[in-house]
Design a protein around this ligand. Structure first.
Ligand code: PEP
Length: 249
């Protein structure tokens, strides 16, 4: 079974001092935990990555980014390349988040290219998939997720170089979550679809994301095939994020 991963997506939040304080607090708590049984990851916005790296140094908390460009370097104003993130100490990069798919019109092929760039740079992509409310209402959830796995998961990856996050778009930041039965059904489908792509699909961590809070984490984290959480809003408060992490035990 994959080791549990609790990942915080800070999105476009926190000024430097706030980010450092949050990261330090998590670092202290995680370092004091003699047997955490799960990995803890924070994904701050680009300008804070270096400061957060210093704040969590030696604590065991891992560092990630929220996106990257598919290329290694070059004339791409405003973009950030995967090797730059690895150079700062990142181990993971979120790719294909629904906010990127919506705001920046990212398609599956580009997400797959970004995931490959992340792996080339020695890090692990967290590839996000999930249906919109319209697609769910039309009964297309499983088809959409299968299509996104087929298109966004680059060939040649393995459990060492791949994490999937199932994030129903309608659950992100809304306080609404699917039933545990729905989560179980989608995660089982994802595991089955991954077996067409990677040889050790059973070891790939599949995270659930979308309005995970201290009050619902325990239930969600113990659904079959749920190997952790990608947490947005609740990752900005140390107590909430910590409580979610504890629920994954
Ligand atoms: C996210 O956007 O990755 C997310 C899960 O957000 P929230 O937890 O705020 O719903």
């Amino acid at each position: 079974m994959p080791r549990k991963l609790i990942a915080g997506n800070w999105k476009m939040n926190c000024l430097k001092a706030e980010g450092i304080a949050l990261a330090r607090e998590l670092g202290v708590r995680y370092a004091q935990d003699s047997d955490p049984e799960y990995d803890l990851l924070v994904c701050p916005p680009f300008p804070l990555i270096d400061a957060v790296a210093q704040a969590i140094a030696g604590s065991g908390v891992m560092l990630g980014a929220q996106d990257c460009h598919p290329g290694e370097k070059g004339a791409h104003t405003g973009d950030v390349a995967a090797p730059m993130l690895a150079d700062l100490g990142c181990t993971h990069v979120i790719v294909g988040h629904s906010e990127r798919r919506q705001d920046h019109k990212e398609l599956d092929l580009e997400v797959a290219e970004k995931a490959k760039a992340v792996v080339r740079a020695g890090m692990t992509p967290i590839i996000c998939i999930g249906e919109t409310e319209e697609q769910r209402d039309a009964g297309e959830t499983l088809t959409v997720c299968a299509r996104q796995i087929a298109g966004s998961v680059a060939d040649g990856l393995s459990s060492d170089t791949l994490v999937i996050a199932y994030e129903p778009v309608w659950a992100i930041g809304t306080g609404r979550t699917p039933t545990t039965a729905d989560v179980a059904e989608v995660h089982a489908l994802i595991r089955a679809e991954l077996s067409r792509k990677v040889t050790d699909a059973e070891n790939v961590a599949i995270l659930y994301g979308g309005s995970v809070k201290p009050g619902n984490a325990e239930e969600l984290m113990h659904v079959p095939n749920v190997d952790g959480a990608l947490v947005g809003g609740a990752s900005l408060a140390a107590d909430d994020f910590w409580s979610i992490a504890q629920s994954s035990r």
